[in-house]
Design a protein around this ligand. Structure first.
Ligand code: TYM
Length: 376
């Protein structure tokens, strides 16, 4: 395998590999870049340009403008996002959920949150159904810990709630040919039937609001760009079923702590899980890939490279809200005035402060989990 092959970009809902070229994804997936004008339009409702918009963590969309036009004409929207419970939640997963919470507060909308214990079971040969189902309830604690409220947040557990989803899933599945599904998802002869049917299930929460309330409104989906293939097929059939096309706002991937690649549960040593102890977080961050030089003397003389540094990306995307402080860290890094060990120590402190609070809220969420379960 050549270096070029190893670095080849693959972005599917089940695999992200190589160096991710976001401009190319916009072209190939056929999405729209999130323009300055749209950021400002969101800012009007969100009380300023939210850090995740300002730092361009959210970078692309489909029909966000349409959803805002409708909203301004008095047609609300619902939010929809989710989680495939394959293990503990990592801080990359929290990105779209944190942004969803801000959108929910700004626009006063419902959130439908799907836990896809079925998906994680069918896509992994080794998975055990009782385990993915159990993880769905564990992972829900992380969502609740972010401060959502049960009055407008409805968690759907696919396996437990399939009776609620099945009629709409059938209507969706009937309208999508195998040929479309194969070209969208790359299915092979060896792909199992459960996996082939599953995209119909992930489409359902785009439409479920009408079944539950009688109100026909669009859904807006905040998620990383890896989920986009699901929405492509769903958008194609929405009008035929009498619904609005679901809209999306896409985030980039928070990188892992190693060289290249997104933070992923399948590489636990370079991912920070919400359940990690503070000692483990320190150890993982200490081993992180940075843009530093081989020796301190060399770094003092030549400076380092924040653009390739994973530690800097964490400050950029999540842990340094103050633009001036971020700029100063960037400058000092390039000038060789700060060493990688200092940044790692500061980042570990910030991450542990966040996780300490999160873990307390996560524990408290155990008593409230039932309040968030979607009611029929
Ligand atoms: P899952 O569990 O792979 O991911 C959950 C959410 O986190 C996003 N994500 C990331 N965001 C930033 N940095 C990363 N490193 C990173 N890794 C993952 C994902 O895009 C996703 O938004 N099939 C879905 C579950 C699902 C869903 C949905 C997700 C069902 N309905 C609607 C989003 C919207 C899944 O397995 O997500």
């Amino acid at each position: 395998m050549t270096d070029e092959d190893k670095n080849e970009m693959i972005v599917t809902p089940w695999e992200v590999k190589g160096k991710v070229d976001y401009a190319r994804l916009i072209r190939e997936f056929g999405t729209q870049p999130l323009t300055q004008e749209l950021r400002q339009r969101l800012a009007k409702y969100m009380g300023g340009v939210h850090i995740q918009l300002r730092r361009e963590l959210f970078f692309s969309h489909r029909d966000l403008d349409t959803v805002l036009d409708l909203y301004e004409k008095g047609i609300k929207f619902v939010l929809y996002t989710g989680r495939g419970p394959s293990g503990p939640v990592h801080i990359g997963h929290l990105v779209p959920w944190i942004f969803t919470k801000h959108l929910q507060e700004a626009f006063d909308t419902r959130l439908y949150f799907q836990m896809t214990d079925d998906e994680k079971f069918v896509v992994d040969d080794e998975a055990v159904l009782s385990e993915t189902t159990g993880l769905a309830y564990e992972n829900a604690l992380d969502l609740i810990a972010l401060g959502f409220e049960p009055k407008n947040t409805f968690i759907i557990y696919d396996v437990e709630d399939i009776d609620l989803l099945y009629d709409i899933a059938l209507e969706v599945a009937k309208r999508i040919t195998y040929s479309t599904a194969r070209s969208t998802f790359g299915f092979q002869d060896s792909t199992n039937l459960g996996w082939i049917f599953y995209p119909a299930v992930q489409a359902v929460p785009c439409f479920i609001h009408k079944k539950l309330t009688g109100e026909n409104v669009p859904a807006l989906i905040p998620a990383a760009i890896d989920q986009d293939p699901y929405w492509r097929i769903t958008r194609d059939i929405a009008a035929k079923m009498g619904y609005y096309k679901p809209a999306q706002i896409h985030n980039r991937f928070v990188p892992g702590l190693g060289v290249g690649g997104k933070m992923s549960a399948s590489e636990p040593e370079t991912a920070i899980f919400t359940t990690d102890s503070s000692e483990l977080v320190k150890k993982k961050i200490w081993k992180a890939f940075t843009g530093g030089k081989g020796t301190i003397a060399e770094q003092k003389k030549l400076g380092a490279d924040p653009d390739v540094c994973t530690v800097f990306q964490y400050f950029l995307y999540l842990f340094e809200e103050d633009d001036k402080k971020l700029e100063e860290r960037n400058r000092r890094c390039k000038a060789g005035e700060v060493m990688c060990g200092d940044c790692k120590k500061e980042l570990a402190e910030k991450v542990n402060k966040f996780l300490g609070e999160h873990q307390k809220k996560r524990l408290k969420a155990k008593d409230r989990i039932d309040e968030f379960h979607i009611k029929r």
